[in-house]
Design a protein around this ligand. Structure first.
Ligand SMILES: Cc1cc2nc3c(=O)[nH]c(=O)nc-3n(C[C@H](O)[C@H](O)[C@H](O)COP(=O)(O)OP(=O)(O)OC[C@H]3O[C@@H](n4cnc5c(N)ncnc54)[C@H](O)[C@@H]3O)c2cc1C
Length: 478
């Protein structure tokens, strides 16, 4: 049977499960699914299927297992590492129709949601009970809880509240062979190996999350948001370290450099950031009203002591939301600078921020490209972004070379290659820079437990040539 005959047969089988309009096969229909939030990659899937119910999802995965087909789960496609891309034989399993909030148990502060539930929709529903879902990626108005689980997503408020891993109590997962398993325990702690922890952050390589039981967090009694502006990036970075060293744990501590500030202020997301500042810090403290003003005064004092020109405190909720909107939509605002954008993600020890940011600036100048920094400064999670125009000869190559240099600088400072966006496709080549061959092989063996045939999101995260098992499978098939 030819490839196209196999695809036609599979499409017919999947249509039998999900209905005619839920399976896409034409290139014009598949175009949307050839990229994710990092459009520097484009991969064509064989076809795409969009289950409408939990049972359809289960049947689809079982049909793919029977047909021995590879597949890639896709939530909202906001991932920034090429993780949701499928190529060749692989089928995209789109989960965005599975977007129901199945239950909210306010007393136990738990919710059960389908994997395609949009992050911000969950918080909106929980707000009716005085609760919210704490992990708040800047993409939260689009990204899905299933995608958050797969990437162990973070967000500005994860500095104080922890990342996705800390807010998921249990998962129902369909393994690539079609078996349904429950990981974790909504009623308490599980004994034995932490398989829930292994699945969270596995980037779609261990199977598909069918439902997610999340922990909800009580809304704080009071919130205060401050904007401090600095005339040097170094001073802003020093203020970050000083605030953390003071013992205060801000709910969020974000930094934007001048290039980012100007992009935001020129866009519809303008928040009133000072366009002549070298950098701004957006700090937020929350909790009980009593005593919160002490934290605010300490942060204000430290910023001024380290050279802040002004420290502005949001006076009302509208102003606070505008300050946050500018930060959360900063990547979008960069679309005004140039048609192409690489959003990068690395982590460095917080105290090395001043030196690393200086090196990033130097790399940009040497390659003649513009680098904008907007990041979760409190936990040293950098996002250097390169805005460029690929239509100009040689620019794309320079952008990628600059990124490679930036990653090398971060790694040599004791950092690592991703804080929250995952390895996906984009960072495969960097994995051997941070892990030994033995560790990479151990990762392959963990994957083997969940997905022995490597059919779920193939060739992502761990370079295949690192896996002894891959050689064995390939050798046997050859
Ligand atoms: C403007 C912008 C801002 C962002 N800010 C942040 C941020 O602050 N913090 C952060 O962490 N990330 C951020 N991101 C990255 C991205 O939004 C997150 O990684 C998010 O978790 C991806 O969710 P998604 O639904 O779009 O997943 P997708 O991009 O569709 O998929 C991502 C990965 O998850 C897998 N997957 C999806 N659903 C499932 C499932 N149900 N079961 C198993 N695997 C699954 C896919 O196979 C893929 O490997 C940002 C992205 C953008 C565009």
């Amino acid at each position: 049977m030819t490839t196209s005959e196999r695809d036609t047969e599979l499409a017919a089988k999947l249509r039998g499960i999900t209905g005619e309009s839920s399976v896409l096969t034409r290139r014009s229909q598949l175009l949307t699914y050839t990229s994710d939030g990092l459009p520097t990659y484009r991969k064509w899937p064989a076809l795409a299927v969009f289950p409408n119910t939990r049972n359809e999802l289960i049947e689809v995965v079982r049909a793919l297992a029977l047909a021995k087909r590879t597949f890639v789960a896709r939530g909202a496609g906001t991932g920034l590492s090429g993780g949701a891309l499928a190529e060749g034989d692989a089928v995209v399993v789109g989960l965005n129709r599975l977007n129901r909030i199945l239950s909210i148990d306010a007393e136990n502060r738990l919710a059960v949601v389908e994997p395609g539930t949009v992050n911000a929709h969950l918080t909106r529903a929980a707000n009716a009970h005085g609760l919210h879902y704490a992990p708040d990626p800047s993409s939260q108005t689009a990204c899905t809880i299933g995608g958050n689980v797969a990437e162990n997503a973070g967000g500005p408020h994860c500095l104080k509240y922890g990342v996705t891993l800390n807010h998921v109590a249990a998962l129902t997962v369909i393994l690539p062979e079609g078996e349904l398993v429950t990981l974790g325990n909504a009623d308490g702690e599980d004994a034995g190996y932490d398989l829930l922890g292994a699945f969270i952050g596995s980037e779609g390589c261990f199977g598909i999350a069918v439902d997610v039981t999340v922990r909800l967090t009580r809304n704080p009694e009071a919130i205060v948001t401050l904007l401090a502006d600095f005339t040097t990036v170094e001073a802003a970075a020093q203020a970050v370290s000083a605030i953390i060293a003071s013992g205060i744990v801000p709910a969020a501590l974000e930094m934007m450099d001048n290039a980012t500030i100007r992009a935001v202020e020129a866009s519809i997301y303008a928040a009133g950031y000072p366009v002549d500042a070298a950098a701004v810090l957006l700090a937020e403290v929350d909790g009980l009203k009593a005593g919160l003003d002490v934290d605010v005064r300490v942060i204000e004092h430290l910023c001024v002591e380290l050279g802040a020109r002004t420290v502005r405190i949001a006076r009302e909720e509208g102003e606070r939301m505008r300050l946050w909107q500018g930060r959360k939509k900063a990547f979008g605002a960069m679309g005004r600078i140039a048609p192409d954008l690489i959003v990068q993600d690395a982590v460095v020890p917080r105290t090395r921020l001043p030196e690393i940011l200086a090196k990033i600036g130097e790399i940009g100048r040497r390659h003649g490209i513009m680098i904008c920094n907007v990041f979760h400064a409190g936990d040293g999670n950098l996002h250097p972004n390169i805005a460029y125009d690929a239509r100009h000869a040689g620019v794309e190559e320079r952008a990628h070379e600059a990124m490679r240099e930036i990653m090398t600088v971060c790694i040599s400072a004791g950092g690592t290659i991703t804080g929250e966006h995952g390895v996906g496709l984009d960072k495969l080549d960097y994995m051997p820079l941070v892990f030994t061959p033995q560790t990479l092989d151990a990762m392959c063996q963990v994957r083997q437990v969940f997905d022995p045939e490597r059919r779920s999101n193939p060739e992502k995260v761990v370079p295949v040539h690192s896996c002894r098992e891959w050689y064995a499978v390939r050798g046997a098939r050859a």
